[in-house]
Design a protein around this ligand. Structure first.
Ligand SMILES: [Zn+2]
Length: 172
């Protein structure tokens, strides 16, 4: 039987493959992978796994363009990281939803927003959040304002314990 579990390509995966081919994101992903020294291979659910990417940008263990999951690790290793692969696969759906190349300006905008808000590229990045922060290996960071508030609370507590003669290292 053709199921997701057996790695078969279901109708929705075929639809994703055709959509990302037509919106040109998958061909662009293949070119980016090849330029970076990655070797494309057939992955599960109609994905292409391009392992062995070597360029310094982007600063990520893996990234997705269309249906192509480009990774620094060998493609085979990606298959043993199901959470990471699921995260990247959700990005492949986002390319379908945004019609391909529109993904990049949206990604840039939401990355900038996240960075301004939290000092971190992913924590408040809509596309990364929708793809699953933990699955992508990201830790959610509080906003700059929340961190400032926390620091000043800790500072006040530390000040109070200093006055009681407790060494600051033990009061935390
Ligand atoms: Zn991601």
């Amino acid at each position: 039987m053709l199921t997701e579990q057996t790695g078969g390509v279901l109708a929705r995966h075929r639809y994703r493959r055709i959509a990302n081919l037509a919106n040109l994101s998958t061909p662009i992903g293949l070119v980016v992978g090849l330029v970076g020294g990655a070797r494309p291979s057939r992955g599960p659910r109609g994905l292409v796994l391009a392992g062995g990417y070597r360029l310094p940008v982007p600063d990520a263990v893996a990234f997705t363009i269309g249906n192509v999951v480009v990774a620094r690790m060998p493609a085979q290793d990606l298959l043993h990281r199901p959470a990471l692969l699921a995260h990247e696969e959700r990005h492949a759906w986002q390319y379908v939803a945004l019609g391909g190349p529109l993904y990049w300006p949206v990604y840039l905008l939401t990355t900038t927003w996240s960075w301004l808000f939290t000092g971190d590229r992913a924590s408040h990045n809509l596309l990364e959040r929708a793809a699953g922060l933990a699955d992508g290996g990201y830790r959610e960071r509080a906003s700059r304002r929340q961190r400032r508030a926390r620091r000043s609370r800790v500072g006040r507590r530390r000040g109070a314990s200093d006055r009681r003669g407790v060494p600051p290292g033990q009061a935390r």
